[in-house]
Design a protein around this ligand. Sequence first.
Ligand code: COA
Ligand code: MG
Length: 289
Amino acid sequence: MPSRRALLYMPGDDWKKITKSLTLGVDCICMDMEDGVAVNRKAEARTTIARALQELDFGKSEKLARINSVGSGWERDDIDAVLPFHPDGIVIPKIESLDQIEWGSKIIESAELKFGWRISSVRMLVGVETAKGILNLKEIASHPRLDGIIFGGEDFAASIGARRTRDASELLYARQAVVTACAAYGLQAIDIVYIDFKDADGLRAEAEQGAGFGFSGKQVIHPNQVQVTQEAFTPSDAAIAEARRIVETFEASQKEGKGAFALDGKMIDMPLLKNAQKVLERARAAGNL
Ligand code: COA
Ligand code: MG
């Protein structure tokens, strides 16, 4: 699976922002047709994204298109407008049930067959951002075509009637539910947007918190947020060195017949080894190892 430390949105009808996104070294570019686009600009967003997919070189950045939600009335025209130009993936927002994922999965698969593309060469990510979506995470996360789940904090707060705060404590349960469901099914978990795009310190704190919770990446909405976010989701050199020491000393202590041992005054056993291996996995995925 490609690394998606930062997933940058821009309105799909904004050619200038799409071309700007190519210069940022961002892991993942998500051209939007949903809430970032005005109701009277949906058609413009479809044709602009189709043009971008045909004409622009996205380099190492992944190119995704986000359609409107299933049931909005726009979703079919959205997906039909962009799929023939082979985006790397489709994002379907506001998912609440397996049926809605099945809808997208069938359309993508028939395009793959029609155009002779490799099956699953168009990836699928879904937004879970309502109370129903969180309750149904277990079935949603089980869909075999999924790469990851994107948790929409603002929509979720609106869905449950929560007041948003700086420390996002009102989202704690749902964020951890998303991370848990994703871990259970081997999916990426993409964290909330930090909307105050001029506040780099606040963003860093929230991104580090998300990485600490177990998210693999975060949604971003402005060029200023890309680097800070990608750094927060890349294990530091110190974290990598520590993980390596744990792995090495673990092997040696197993040979000596010890399941648990002390390293720098701390107890190390199997769960800590697994965590260290996860750190190294993430570092490898981020190209930092
Ligand atoms: N992607 C790519 N480029 C972006 C960008 C984005 N999301 N947001 C801003 N830029 C570009 C601007 O075009 C501008 O480029 P320039 O310097 O070449 O002229 C530069 O970055 C600085 O932008 P700035 O003036 O600070 O912001 P703005 O007032 O133009 O835009 C927002 C502010 C919030 C409207 C804009 O960041 C945005 O549209 N974000 C994405 C919103 C979205 O997609 N929401 C739905 C998903 S949550
Ligand atoms: Mg949303």
